[in-house]
Design a protein around this ligand. Sequence first.
Ligand code: 2AM
Ligand code: CA
Ligand code: CA
Ligand code: CA
Length: 266
Amino acid sequence: MTNWTEMDTYAKKWIKQAGDLIKKSFSGSLTIQTKSNANDLVTDIDKGTEQFFIKKIHEKYPDHRILGEEGYGDTLKDLKGIVWIIDPIDGTMNFIHQKRNFAISIGIYEDGVGKIGLIYDVVHDELYHAMKGEGAYLNNDKLPDLAPGQVSEAIIGINATWVTENKRIDPSLLAPLIKAARGTRSYGSAAIEMAYVASGRLDAYISLRLAPWDYGAGIILIEELGGVTSTLKGESISIESQTSVFVGKPGVHEEILQTYLKGGNW
Ligand code: 2AM
Ligand code: CA
Ligand code: CA
Ligand code: CA
């Protein structure tokens, strides 16, 4: 029998410990490297944090597998069994430039089904957590279910990249949505933006390309609260690959999909 409560307790303990290690690193110097391009950054702290989780998980749960952004976990061909999907620092650019607005994201899946989602905004000491069927919380406070809303009163999380010339979408397609919304925000961390949708600070969030470790925890939190998660086409998100991600409270998600996105050729 899988003891999810025990796993949740360990995951929370480890995420707080990792957060403390990250905070301690602020007083030292960072080693920064680039990945796919000059603005795609990684630090020794991203790598060290991922390795910290892998060590803890392997010690306690040797049969669990781990998918981590920095590649120290397992190479997975499927999501059978229990898989921890980890982004050790989501918002690395913020971590480097601002020392805030980054998070640790952990989604725990069983046979591809999301069971536990944790997003820890380290600097604000805000831990968003959910266990499937057991409610979602911000620290010790239970989050209310997401109430229906409408675009005219919505704040939408979206990165300005998607309304400039880019590879994935005609930038003019999102302009009418941005005009119709009450406002837009961009925080530079997909995990934080999804946690903000869960907590009602944002009403929707759109990204044209995210990886499983960016959204693995966030979709568990949002779905637990009755929010809607899909790709930009309105299809269900497959946790196994890079995808567009479009999440929102009920009503807002539907209105955006029907009025602004339907018929787009992405
Ligand atoms: P990261 O900081 O873990 O790399 C920035 O707008 C958001 O997009 C962050 O959540 C960031 O995660 C993510 N991101 C950055 N580069 C990305 C890439 N090449 N593919 C997918 N997501 C990326
Ligand atoms: Ca990265
Ligand atoms: Ca990320
Ligand atoms: Ca990362």
